[in-house]
Design a protein around this ligand. Structure first.
Ligand code: SAH
Ligand code: SF4
Ligand code: F3S
Length: 443
């Protein structure tokens, strides 16, 4: 079977929602050219790896998976292999990849994914590898078709890039400076989604609170939330990520007052020690963070707060780490993503001399995870017996006799119910609470 007949593609995506959304666009562009998606590598005529480099193990996965494609390409020389995403934006990485894996056909970065169909045609015609990485972000390209994973909830990017330069983080280097999409474009996209039956949208950006900077019409995140809240037919609005330094009272009030905005804030703290926060260039200290949490809890009584935490940042002492543990207990996070600090080339923390021993990092990581699991379980226990609104997303992963969905606070609920409620908000009585999910019965 030659390429023209076999129009199947496979996309593997690593990393955050930004990459997931980019993959949905790559998929959208391919589908609009008559390609169909497959999850089986052996069936595909195009394989795309959309990569992440936020931590070393994200990169290791890409290397491992690329190595495994070698024999496939030998068996099937017409197979086209493309590698893109954040990892490719690092200096020298594209050249490094093509040297190690010469069978790769196309390499592109985060700023030119919209050109993929063009690269594909060129490779088919010329048969030569293409490497194109653009280092400077261009304007925002609108109107790219998106093939979304779900038909109920969708990601909508409101801003690209990051200006914060936390000293451990590579994202600003690979995603470029902050650019906000115009509110009209965002509104238009959401209205189209609603007309197709979508019920929930998640507004995406590395730091959604600084949305609107550089736009003419006096826009900011709070005003955007209020504007989207007015869209008829939309049921739920989520957003991520909020940087604590920019979460203003105006945004807290908008979340509290807008009925569609969910009662959940993902508010990465990274560390509970002011000393470490300063070295991380987070631009807030422990006390300011705790004050912010207090304000949020006052304004939104049943709110769920989740976070990201890094252990083993250079110079982190046992006392610093214990401050993280005590902050976790004080805030009572509903859940947390925990990471072991990973050195990233080109970031300021990579050059810091007091790197922490791997054994110490792992030991702290385990203590932190244990503390968080205990709190998550305790917080979830409070749901037992309650009646909650669940947006029903489909059948449950582990038990297809059951349905699954989420509460406004983002809790996963598995429950017995009627399949006709998929895509709608339904009342569910919580019967059992675990650390990571709830069980219930539809009313
Ligand atoms: N823009 C978001 C998150 C971006 S990356 C924010 O600012 O919150 C997601 C998470 O990865 C970060 O919150 C951080 O906890 C973690 N992370 C980033 N760089 C890392 C590194 N070098 N080592 C370990 N964890 C890291
Ligand atoms: Fe990275 Fe900090 Fe930007 Fe988040 S805010 S993407 S952690 S630099
Ligand atoms: Fe990874 Fe890029 Fe996201 S580095 S975490 S995919 S912005």
């Amino acid at each position: 079977m030659n390429n023209e007949q076999n129009k199947k593609y496979l996309i593997e995506t690593w990393g955050c929602q930004m990459n997931e959304e980019d993959s949905e666009k790559l998929s959208g562009m391919l589908k609009s050219q008559g390609y169909v998606r497959t999850e089986v590598k052996e069936e595909a005529s195009i394989i795309i790896f959309n990569t992440c480099c936020v931590r070393e193990n994200a990169e290791l996965k890409v290397y491992g998976n690329l190595g495994a494609l070698k024999s496939l390409k030998q068996k099937k020389p017409e197979l086209i292999i493309a590698v893109c995403g954040c990892m490719m934006q690092q200096e020298g990485m594209a050249e490094n990849i093509i040297k190690k894996y010469p069978f790769v056909d196309i390499i592109f970065g985060t700023h030119n994914a919209y050109k993929f169909p063009e690269y594909l045609n060129r490779v088919k015609q010329e048969g030569k590898s293409i490497i194109e990485i653009i280092n400077k972000e261009e304007g925002i390209v609108e109107g790219i078709p998106i093939d979304r994973e779900s038909s109920i909830k969708a990601f909508v990017t409101i801003m690209y890039g990051c200006n914060n330069f936390c000293t451990y983080c590579i994202v600003p280097y690979v995603r470029g400076r902050e650019r906000s999409r115009g509110p009209e474009d965002i509104e238009k996209e959401i209205k189209e989604l609603v007309s197709k039956g979508y019920k929930e949208i998640t507004l995406l950006g590395q730091n959604v609170n600084s949305y609107g900077k550089g736009l003419d019409d006096n826009m900011n995140f709070a005003r955007l939330l209020r504007r989207i809240n007015n869209i008829e037919g939309l049921e739920r609005i989520r957003f991520m990520t909020s940087h604590p330094k920019d979460l203003s009272q105006e945004v807290i009030d908008a979340i509290a007052e807008c009925s569609k905005v969910c009662d959940h804030i993902h508010l990465p703290v990274q560390s509970g020690s002011s000393n470490i926060l300063k070295k991380m260039n987070r631009q807030y200290d422990r006390n300011q963070y705790l004050q912010l949490v207090k304000k949020i809890k006052e304004a939104i009584p049943d709110v769920a707060i989740t976070t990201d935490i890094i252990v083993g940042f250079p110079g982190e002492t046992e006392e610093d780490f214990e401050e993280t543990l005590s902050l976790v207990k004080e805030v009572e996070y509903d859940s947390a993503f925990t990471f072991i600090y990973s050195k990233r080339k080109g970031t300021p923390a990579d050059d810091m001399i007091e790197q922490i021993d791997d054994k110490v990092k792992h030991e702290r990581f385990n203590r932190l995870v244990e503390a968080i699991n205990e709190i998550s379980a305790k917080k979830n226990k409070r749901y037992a017996g309650r009646i909650v609104d669940v947006l029903v997303e489909g059948t449950s992963k582990n038990n297809t006799d059951k349905l699954m969905g989420r509460t406004t606070t983002g809790k996963l609920v598995n429950f017995k119910g009627d399949e006709s409620s998929i895509g709608h908000i339904s009342k569910v009585k919580i019967t059992e609470a675990f650390s990571f999910s709830l069980n219930g019965e539809q009313l």
